[in-house]
Design a protein around this ligand. Structure first.
Ligand SMILES: *Cc1c(COP(=O)(O)O)cnc(C)c1O
Length: 432
């Protein structure tokens, strides 16, 4: 009963639920994906995290938009408070939507559990906060993604963390750099812009055999290979971070990060994520889930087209060298073959020196390659890269421009035609 504005009582008659609020069938035969059934990546990528039996038979998990979560009783509220990490407690801490993506990526990569973050960089900074405090020492690869370096230099150093960069080719030599207060070794393989492949197994072994009771945490940025083409945990890493913004989302339309942990390190990272407020919007998490289901077929094409472009570029007179670890003859090729099961579409090419006007003549008129940061979407990108600005223990002395390319899903011969015309403009402007 409620009272209408003119003072006459109005009765609301309830005719029963509208639409399918109840489940008409027993859906239990549909079941959730069983990880014991197969570890084959294409099947895991397609099915992990789906629970159609719990959602009316609907294939995809619902996108929960949530801040508040209601508890039915005082007991339930108090119990959920004690098991916060594992219950649906508050939107920021996780929902069935976020756990679907976390489950799928952890299974695919071979980790224990995963945590979503609002961006790849948030995944990295959350992980570093989880393990570092004043007085600690961190070793970071000199080939690291530039914003990771800026976080180390501008946030960790003022906090009193000693940040030291190492040569990405260090391998087992990392042992000589370990100090009693080294808490983290941060790797990224292949390296941003220059694509050095790191010997993660040798580094992991050196860290293990240093014999410390509390060994440093080996974290690797696995964005380039994705959870599909490199398995950090099988190679000795403890935590793997991803810019899911790139291949997992795969369509250049959302920011998203993921942190995958082994069992020993999960709790510390989840705790840091909860303390820092690390979380992601539900629609972006859903875009990550949507992207993941097709990541295998997309990556196969990015890999194939990237290699085709790299091979073609290597034949051009303007090119000094191509930096792509999946190409035989690349300095990282042997390690890539040993440790990776595929390549993505990102690589670099070094050109012979020319004035800036020649570079502008090339890049200002590309038809298919867009100029922009990020990568991993369906479209091709090209951008000048300046490793000399972000190196401190290794040097980059090349006089010519370095271009970083992302091979998208376009037809490879159209991309080659675009590059051919661009290099022709480069040569013509250089001669002018
Ligand atoms: C893009 C990128 C990041 C950061 O990811 P965002 O989602 O852009 O914050 C981290 N590492 C690597 C290697 C990247 O390419």
């Amino acid at each position: 009963m409620c009272r209408a504005i003119d003072g006459h009582p109005t009765t609301i008659r309830y005719a029963g639920p509208v639409g399918p609020a109840t489940m008409p069938f027993d859906y239990s035969v549909l079941r959730a994906f069983d990880p014991m059934q197969t570890a084959r990546p294409d099947t895991v990528m397609t099915h992990a995290g789906l629970e159609p039996h719990a959602h009316h038979g609907i294939v995809n998990p619902p996108v929960y938009h949530a801040s508040t979560v209601l508890f039915p009783t005082l007991d339930a509220l108090e119990h959920a408070g004690q098991t916060k990490f594992d219950s649906v407690y508050y939107g920021r801490v996780g929902t069935p939507t976020t756990s679907a993506l976390e489950t799928a990526v952890a299974l695919l990569e071979g980790g224990h559990r995963a945590i979503v973050a609002g961006s790849g960089l948030a995944a990295i900074t959350t992980t570093l906060y989880a393990f570092l405090k004043t007085g600690d020492h961190i070793l970071v690869t000199d080939s690291v993604y530039a914003p990771t370096r800026l976080f180390c230099d501008q946030m960790l150093v003022p906090m009193g963390v000693r940040v030291e960069y190492y040569d990405p080719h260090v391998g087992a030599g990392i042992a000589a750099l370990l100090r009693p207060e080294t808490r983290v070794v941060f790797a990224e393989s292949p390296g941003s812009l220059t694509f050095e492949v790191q010997d993660i197994p040798a580094m992991a072994e050196a860290i293990r055999s240093a014999g410390r009771g509390d060994p440093p945490v080996l974290i690797t940025d696995n964005t380039w290979a994705s959870p599909l083409y490199f398995k950090p945990f099988a190679h000795g890493a403890h935590v793997s971070v991803h810019a899911a913004t790139k291949y997992i989302v795969g369509h250049s339309d959302a920011m998203l990060g993921l942190i995958v942990c082994d069992e020993a390190h999960f709790h510390a990272v989840k705790q840091a994520a909860v303390l820092l407020g690390t979380c992601a919007g539900p629609d972006d998490v859903w875009l990550g889930l949507r992207g993941l289901r097709t990541m295998g077929v997309r990556l196969a094409r990015h890999w194939e087209t990237g290699l085709a472009l790299a091979e073609w570029l290597a034949t051009r007179p303007e090119v000094v060298r191509v930096l792509h670890p999946a190409r035989p003859g690349d300095p990282g090729h042997a390690l890539w073959r040993r440790d990776f099961t595929g390549a993505s579409g990102l690589f670099s090419v070094l050109l012979k020196p020319a004035p800036r006007t020649a570079l502008a003549a090339m890049l200002d008129h590309m038809r298919l390659f867009g100029m922009g940061y990020s990568w991993g979407g369906f479209e091709s990108l090209i951008i000048p890269a300046k490793p000399q600005d972000i190196r401190s223990v290794t040097s980059w002395e090349e006089p010519g421009p370095l271009l970083r390319l992302h091979a998208g899903l376009e037809d490879a011969s159209d991309l080659i035609a675009d590059l051919r015309a661009g290099l022709d403009r480069y040569t013509a402007a250089k001669a002018a």
